[in-house]
Write a protein that binds this ligand. Structure first.
Ligand code: FMN
Length: 316
């Protein structure tokens, strides 16, 4: 059995990554029910909002779910940890910050810990700190990225060579070819974000789903380099305003306000692409349909299997 599936108690080595404040129980539970691992992201949500989302997800699925904590983003770290413990959340993914203080608390409760990294140095450190699984996320990915801008294809083999724990690939994967490719690079599974936006169950605004479906390979933009932040967004009118703002010179404070979770919700949930923004990865250009989560996962697995066996034949 696949090592990742065994460790997480799931059927397919496919994780749906956290999605900040637009995370929701319906998508998370759909992914877990379909055999993958669904993740609730906490973003800047307050403890009551997170608790409501956990309760709803636990009603919708009996399969394992994960909680993603962007460490430097949430103002409620301690309260979120308390919720993980009281609701016995089996898997936690830690991103955007130093996980060293949280790891011992979660390990004591036998929570499986995933650490999202963008460099080999972070991966080696995370392994030393005791995390169970590395999620190596390349610069192709939607949302907040590492300022070192390493791509998935370069990151995975380098990290696999430096750590002995399982490595999951994230960033730029949306189909069976992507899964097969990163398995060849030494990963044991995938984490996707963008692909799950364009699914039937995802409760996001139709403008968001349609923008993913309509996007070509050159329809994402990086914002935030001028303030030392990197964020990959789908190209929309609000992104043009953001780019203009950066050209004129923007403070970190002002940048963080215009890329806040409030503006994320305006774009992704209200569908207002002038005032709000939508995260999207470079793989958007490959996405052209709106499958159910179950069909998506089954299609990815069967496609990866047939491509791997075809490769075996080609090499004979
Ligand atoms: C709408 C959206 C919000 C995201 N928010 C978070 C987040 O809060 N925490 C996090 O670690 N990753 C976040 N990500 C990244 C995903 O979890 C995932 O790692 C990434 O999307 C994978 O790359 P892909 O978009 O190419 O599939 C977000 C992605 C999307 C699409």
């Amino acid at each position: 059995m696949n090592q990742l599936c065994e460790m997480l108690g799931i059927q397919y080595p496919i994780i749906q990554g956290g999605m900040g404040n637009i995370s929701n129980a319906v998508l998370t539970a759909s992914v877990s029910n379909a055999g993958g691992l669904g993740t609730l992201g906490v973003g800047t949500l307050n403890p009551d909002e997170v608790e409501g989302m956990i309760k709803e997800a636990l009603k919708l699925t009996e399969k394992p779910i994960a909680l993603n904590i962007p460490i430097n983003v949430t103002p409620y770290l301690q309260e979120i940890i308390n919720l993980i413990i009281s609701y016995k959340i089996p898997v936690v993914s830690l991103s955007a910050g130093n996980p060293s203080k949280i790891i011992p608390i979660l390990k004591e409760k036998q929570v499986k810990i995933l650490s999202v990294v963008g460099t080999t140095k972070q991966a080696v450190k995370a392994e030393k700190l005791g995390v169970d699984i590395i999620v190596a996320e390349g610069y192709e990915a939607a949302g907040i990225n590492s300022t070192f801008e390493s791509t998935t294809i370069t990151l995975i083999p380098q990290i696999v060579d430096r750590v002995s724990i399982p490595v999951v690939a994230a960033g730029g994967i949306a189909d069976g070819r992507g899964l097969a490719a990163v398995l060849m690079l030494g990963a044991c599974g995938i984490q996707m974000g963008t692909r799950f936006i364009a699914t039937k169950e995802a409760p996001f605004h139709d403008h968001y789903k349609q923008r993913v479906i309509d996007a070509s390979d050159i329809d994402t933009r990086i914002v935030g380099r001028s303030v030392g932040k990197i964020r990959r967004l789908l190209h929309t009118p609000s992104v043009d305003s953001l780019i203009d703002l950066e050209k004129k010179g923007v403070s970190l404070e002002e940048f963080e306000e215009v890329t806040s979770e409030r503006h994320h919700k305006i774009g992704a949930l209200e569908g207002d692409l002038r005032s709000g923004f939508i995260n999207g990865g470079q793989i958007s250009g490959l996405i052209s349909d709106l499958p159910t989560v179950e069909n998506l996962l089954e299609g990815i697995i069967s496609d990866a299997k047939s491509r791997i066996s075809l490769m075996n034949k080609k090499m004979k």
